[in-house]
Each structure stands twice: as C-alpha cells, then as structure tokens.
Design a protein around this ligand. Structure first.
Ligand SMILES: Cc1cc2nc3c(=O)[nH]c(=O)nc-3n(C[C@H](O)[C@H](O)[C@H](O)COP(=O)(O)OP(=O)(O)OC[C@H]3O[C@@H](n4cnc5c(N)ncnc54)[C@H](O)[C@@H]3O)c2cc1C
Length: 421
C-alpha cells in the first residue's frame, strides 16, 4: 500500500508514525511525506521575507492531556522526549490586567516549542521519508487511484491513499471542494503575536507551573515557561482584535512592537513589562476557523488536522485533535485490513469512518470555543468589569461542567473499536 501524506506538520508526521505502527506487517507499506518546508531546519524552499503568516503558526503551543496520550500510544519514547522538551503545567490561570486573580482551571498541559515538537516527531520516522517539494494539485478520480502533481514539474505520482495534512490553506481540500466560500477558512477577527524571550522564570511559575492569561480592555496577554530544561526561556503571546491584515503583507516590525506596547503598557504584572521591553516580533498570525465540512475525503483522498477542521486557538486543542485524527485513521485502516477487506475497500471505509468517528467530537470542541464572543476592543471600563465578572463565574462553572464533559478523556482506540464493531 502506497500512502502519500501532504504536509509534514503535526498532523502529517503523527499520521505517518501511526500508520507505521498500526498497519499489519502482512500489508507492505510505503509512506512518503511531501512538504514545502524542511522539518529538520524549518526552512522553506524559497527564501521568504517575514510576512503575515498562516503556516507553521507561532513559536510555541500548549499540548493537552489527550494529545500527550496519543503520543504515548504511538511511541512511549516519543512521549517521553516531548514531555522532557516541554514545560509541564498543572493549570491555566486567569488574571485581570491589574494582576487580580480570576481563577485557576486545573488541567494537564504542556507548553512546548513548536519547532522542537516537530523535530521530536520527525526524528521518530526513518530518514528520507520526508521530501521537500511543493504539491501543486491532487486529482481525486472515482474508481481510480488519486494523482499528486508537483509545483516543480517533476513527474506525477499515484498512491492508494493521499492524506491532506497541509494545514488551514490546504491544497488537497481546495482540490476536493473547489473554491466555494462555505468550504474556506473564516477570519474570526483576532490576531496573535508572540515569541520566546530570555527571561528568568519567576518563582510563582517555577513553584506552580501554569499557563497564565491576563485579560484586559485591549486584548489578552499570556505567558508560560517553554521547557523544563531551561528556566530562562519564557513563551509569551498577545491576542487582540483587529481587521484582517493583507496576506503576504510585508510587516512593519517597529509598528507591531509599538502597538504591542500600547496594548499592554500599563498592565501590572512585572513580567509583562519585561516582555514588552525585550519583545522582538517576527510574525503575525490572523486566526481563522474552518466551517464544518460535510465530509473529510473521497476517492482515495482524506483530510486530517487543520486542513479538515482548523479550530480556534482558544480551544487549545488544534494539535491534540491533529494527533487524534492520525491515530484514528491508522487504526481504522488497520482494523478493516485485519477484518479481511481488500485494500480499496479498506481505504474507502476508513475515509468515511474517520469522518464518522471524529467530526462530531471536533465540531463540538469548535462550537464550545466559539460560544464565547469577544467584545469589541478597546472595551469601555464597564464592559471590562463585565468581562471580569463573566470570567470569574465561567471558570467556576467550567470546573463543575468539566466533571461531566472532560474533552481530554476521549479515547481514540475506544472510539475506533466501537465504530469497527
Ligand atoms: C496563533 C496560534 C496559536 C495556537 N496555539 C495552539 C495551542 O496552544 N495548542 C494547540 O493544540 N494548538 C494550537 N494552535 C493550533 C495548531 O497550531 C494547529 O492545529 C496545528 O498546527 C495543525 O497542524 P497541521 O499539521 O494540521 O497543520 P500545519 O501545522 O499548518 O502543517 C501543515 C504543513 O503542510 C505544509 N504544506 C502546506 N501546503 C503544502 C503543499 N501544497 N505542498 C506541500 N506541503 C504543504 C506546510 O508547509 C506545513 O508544514 C494554534 C494556532 C495558532 C494560529
């Protein structure tokens, strides 16, 4: 069975690891991954100038318990490496711009450098599996194998299965669904900036490792440690409401820095002050969300990760859902092959199965994250007080609700084996 994965981001690499782990040895497997970026170096083929970006977003991210569990199931050594590379936290902390505590939410979460996480996944795979090449087009043909065409004009390739793990601007999704607005990512009105700074971590962060979120009239400022192996690396981010910046626009770094300082200049936490002093912004990430798709694949092509369902970063689940997709797809394929289905049949059942097992879970997480509407910024003091009161209540209500509906308890193996049964 030949599988081509397009995209060597979190979903593409984890899907490859899952396929290699779960597909039975009786089924010879060839996996190839194509990406514009070389995952080992993070470099694109062409030299790109810093610009408004939607690919490879951000210096770091927070990986939640369900994502870590998938990594453990794929390869315990991989999970250990990822865990050691991150900054294990036991809670989210919500505060006001004046440093008043609004509440804690207890959760296992691992802030980690995105390039390091990608590297951990990449190094789990045999060398040579990821090829640096841009895919121009995927042709899905009923009753025939899909064809992959390349931007550099090199010969087309066919595969038994093509996995579109090519992120929010997915070429594969475009080739499956066309240009219709209702199948395109939608801007949610906010942008994020941030990075990593050399700042000694304060005692409160070392004693009680936490991801901190400060809310104010001009946006959200957050920070956490980046890795347990270096107590001087701080991951920070600022999220704010703004019109959609032009894609590919050359960035004005001085203006971005000035705006960051204007947004959070009078916020009380001393670490925010240090961040504003030292900040060096090299990118801005407009936040897009994918509308619910009616299916995630057909005719030998399937979408995983952000290509299928980009979630609002507020959910903190984008990476974990990408990992769950990869594991579910591999388990479905392995399950159908083990039941004796022929290859084509196993592939088409798995494409449908992935959607049926996963879409309602992912759409539920998205709907939860979108339920909270951001008020227009900058907010009046009255609205800001209203926001604080709502958050104070919400954190406590969520603590109770979480007892009944913990999103991080969903088990991929369990869901797939129930589906296959
Ligand atoms: C600001 C921000 C903060 C976030 N914070 C968090 C967080 O804290 N926790 C969390 O879980 N999630 C977070 N997310 C979401 C998370 O980053 C994504 O869900 C995750 O990266 C999706 O992985 P992916 O592999 O599907 O897509 P991507 O990471 O976008 O990878 C897609 C890959 O496909 C490649 N590619 C694209 N087109 C082609 C082509 N034509 N040919 C070849 N290769 C191609 C790209 O180069 C890229 O490497 C955040 C997102 C944003 C924007």
């Amino acid at each position: 069975m030949k599988i081509i994965i397009i995209g060597a981001g979190l979903s593409g690499l984890s899907t490859a690891i899952a396929l290699r782990k779960f597909i039975p040895a009786s089924q010879p497997l060839e996996v190839k991954i194509y990406d514009i970026i070389n995952p080992a170096t993070g470099q694109a083929t062409e030299q790109t100038t810093p610009q408004v970006s939607t690919s490879r977003p951000g210096a770091g991210l927070g990986l939640q318990a369900n994502g870590l569990r998938v990594l453990e199931e794929l390869d315990p050594a991989l999970k250990r490496r990822v865990y050691a590379a991150g900054f294990p936290c036991t809670r989210f902390t919500w505060k006001t711009a004046s440093d008043w505590l609004l509440g804690h939410e207890y959760a296992e979460v691992l802030p980690i450098s995105r390039p390091l996480l990608i590297n951990c996944l990449y190094e789990t795979l045999p060398s040579g599996l990821v090829i640096q090449k841009k895919v121009a087009r995927v042709i899905a043909r009923q009753g025939r194998k899909p064809v992959v065409q390349f931007e550099d004009g090199s010969p087309d390739e066919t595969a038994d299965l093509v996995v579109g793990a090519d992120g929010i601007r997915s070429t594969v999704r475009h080739d499956l669904f066309g240009n219709d607005e209702k199948y395109r990512p939608q801007y949610v009105g906010i942008c994020a900036v941030g990075g990593v700074l050399d700042v000694p971590l304060p005692k409160h962060l070392l004693d009680n490792p936490s991801m901190l979120f400060f809310m104010g009239s001009t946006g959200v400022f957050g920070y956490s440690g980046l890795t347990q192996s270096d107590k001087t690396k701080l991951l920070y981010w600022s999220v704010y409401e703004t019109d959609l910046p032009g894609r590919g626009l050359k960035l004005d770094h001085d203006l971005m820095l000035q705006q960051l300082r204007e947004r959070h200049g009078n916020w009380t936490d001393p670490l925010i002050g240090q961040c504003l002093e030292k900040a060096c912004l090299d990118n801005v990430y407009p936040i897009f969300v994918m509308p619910d798709l009616p299916y995630w694949g057909r005719d030998g092509c399937v979408l995983v990760g952000d290509a299928a369902h980009a979630l609002p970063p507020r959910s903190g689940q984008g990476a974990s859902q990408a990992f769950e997709d990869g594991e579910a797809l591999a388990l479905l394929l392995a399950g159908y092959l083990e039941k004796g289905h022929d290859l084509n049949d196993a592939i088409s059942h798995s494409i449908l199965g992935l959607f049926e097992v996963r879409a309602s879970r992912v759409n539920g997480i998205k709907a939860d994250a979108l339920r909270w509407k951001d008020p227009k910024m900058p907010m009046s003091w009255l609205k800001t007080i209203g926001l604080y009161i709502s958050l104070f209540i919400l954190v406590r209500v969520r603590k109770v609700l979480n007892i009944f509906t913990r999103r991080d308890l969903w088990d991929v193996r369990d869901a797939v084996s129930k589906y296959l049964a």
